[in-house]
Design a protein around this ligand. Structure first.
Ligand SMILES: [Zn+2]
Ligand SMILES: [Zn+2]
Length: 234
């Protein structure tokens, strides 16, 4: 049996003090929205941290691995898009309120890319996304809805397009502000650009290459002759 001693009382006091400090830290981190540090601190504290495979947001079940549209706040008109890597709940110890966070891998949209690469505006589709290696925690409540991210060829085969269907073919390096794997992308037309599914193309009957209507002088978006031969094949 342990006997009371002034030293052990001091140790207990120290432990209580430490626990109180931790509760205070978590509360402060929550107020400051320092999610990354909050996750780190809470994951080291018993009973405050839990991970999940799914979560219910706005009446929808969302799983780890799903892609989602995320509310970007008041400053931007466009929603953000990302893929969920982790779902975490943290108990805020002073109020016992649950803070639900998701770790997100971000995609960039056309509007972001053309700020540093304005020339790419012609071939980037409105529904195109660029995968980044940037991950971040967000509040689960800022998720708007599930969305789909297809490959470029899958996207081109769709009969109907809606605003929750995107495609991805390229990586975006956030530090260097450039594409990661541009060499792997096929270029088309006389203007030598990657295909933009938003634009109209015509195939040359001889060389089978694809050309923009505008680049081969087809006006009004229609071509009524039976055969089309490009400048190189005429
Ligand atoms: Zn062209
Ligand atoms: Zn041709």
């Amino acid at each position: 049996m342990k006997r009371w001693s002034p030293e052990s009382s001091a140790t207990i006091k120290k432990q209580i003090q430490k626990r109180l400090e931790k509760r205070q830290t978590i509360r402060e981190l929550y107020k400051q929205k320092s999610w990354k540090t909050l996750v780190k601190v809470a994951s080291q504290t018993k009973g405050l941290y839990e991970e999940y495979d799914t979560i219910k947001v706005q009446g929808q079940v969302i799983c780890v691995g799903d892609s989602v549209q995320i509310n970007s706040g008041d400053q931007h008109d466009e929603d953000y898009v990302g893929t969920i890597k982790q779902i975490i709940s943290i108990k805020e110890p002073t109020t016992a309120k649950l803070i639900c966070l998701c770790r997100i891998q971000w995609y960039m949209r056309k509007s972001e890319i053309i700020k540093s690469q304005p020339k790419c505006s012609e071939w980037i589709s409105e529904q195109e996304l660029f995968i980044t290696n940037h991950q971040e925690y967000i509040l689960a409540q800022s998720i708007i809805t599930n969305c789909k991210i297809l490959s470029c060829s899958e996207y081109q085969e769709l009969d109907e397009i809606d605003s929750t269907i995107y495609f991805n073919r390229l990586e975006w390096d956030l530090q260097k502000k450039q594409f990661g794997n541009m060499d792997a992308i096929q270029q088309y037309c006389l203007c030598f650009q990657p295909v933009n599914p938003d634009r109209q193309y015509i195939q040359c009957d001889s060389c089978k290459n694809w050309y923009h209507f505008e680049c081969v002088g087809i006006k009004n978006g229609t071509y009524d002759k039976n055969e089309f031969n490009c400048r190189n094949c005429q």
